[in-house]
Ligand binder design. Sequence first.
Ligand SMILES: NC(=O)c1ccc[n+]([C@@H]2O[C@H](COP(=O)([O-])OP(=O)(O)OC[C@H]3O[C@@H](n4cnc5c(N)ncnc54)[C@H](O)[C@@H]3O)[C@@H](O)[C@H]2O)c1
Length: 354
Amino acid sequence: MNKLNIGIIGAGSISDLHLQAYQKLGQTVKIAAVCDLNRARAQEKADKYGASQVYEDYHQLLADPSIDAVSICTWNNTHAEISIAALKAGKHVLVEKPLCRTVEEALNVQQAVRDSGKVLQVGFVRRYDANAQLVKKFVENGEFGDIYYAKASCIRRLGNPGGWFADKERSGGGPLIDIGVHVIDICWYLMGRPKVVSVTGNTYKKLGNRGNVKNLSFYKAADYDASQNSVEDMANALVRFDNGASLMVDVSFTLHAKQDETVVKLFGDKGGLELEPALALVSEKHDTILNITPQTDQKGLNVTAAFQNEIRCFIESCTTGVEPISPVEDGVELMKILCGIYESAETGREVRYE
Ligand SMILES: NC(=O)c1ccc[n+]([C@@H]2O[C@H](COP(=O)([O-])OP(=O)(O)OC[C@H]3O[C@@H](n4cnc5c(N)ncnc54)[C@H](O)[C@@H]3O)[C@@H](O)[C@H]2O)c1
């Protein structure tokens, strides 16, 4: 079998996790090209992972007919444009989360997927984590009954990555679109992807990026710059679904919280499940409440393994045509939720979807 030739577009922090995962699939995959606006950065990754082609302009990479598939690891404002161009050039696409910045962009990408017949997988990496897949089996077998409530929280007390992440034009927003997307998505996925009917949200800009804080380190964009910040510090929201279920959200880049905390919890009429902060199942048997700890090697989210699985599944979709676990349609629904929260915060009103 011919190896699939891969191009990486955007050679910053997250590209390493894509590149490492492709490298491990060396039997079926060849890392052929790396592209970044910053040529030195692209060259460095190409040297490290053995890619023979280096580009500054993604159009040139897409013009290479030997490239079969691309990973898009660029700023959020370029996701839609590059995805559409790649699909039109006949490439399969793995695009980092969020799919893009607006519902309109998302619908354009969806149309391009349908027109091209190529695979587009959205990088909702938490879906590919072993524990998420483990609990999904329990959900699908009705262990929790009707899931009617979920809580998605990702609180960073000091974690504005600066650079483009803090520039609303390039990112589309702050913690909600950057880290909120992960926890909202995993809850929504495990709830069975119900249709959203309304969203109400609040955003706050009170603390700024807290670039002044000393003695604590945090995730930073490749081009870190704390001098600009046009995104929210924190957001909260209540999302209602057509099956009567609801989802509570709160997320922050900066907040006077005692510690960072991620919460992913779902509650049904037969039992409950917690993915974060720790894997746990809850049920009731013979008038007794049981807290159940599944016995697994993996106690929490294993980011590297989740990326490895995400990329293995992407390659499988490219070669077999099987629908991705995180298809473009789900990217569109997530944009509806995220943009609805921003709109509600701006207008001070609930946003309703008919
Ligand atoms: N799945 C995850 O857990 C996860 C984690 C971090 C980041 N991300 C996502 O990955 C993407 C990149 O984030 P990052 O942390 O690597 O950022 P980064 O700033 O470290 O890297 C982004 C790179 O993209 C390059 N770039 C931007 N526009 C380009 C273009 N048009 N053509 C070529 N190169 C371009 C920049 O020069 C930069 O090197 C974002 O969409 C982010 O949301 C996902």
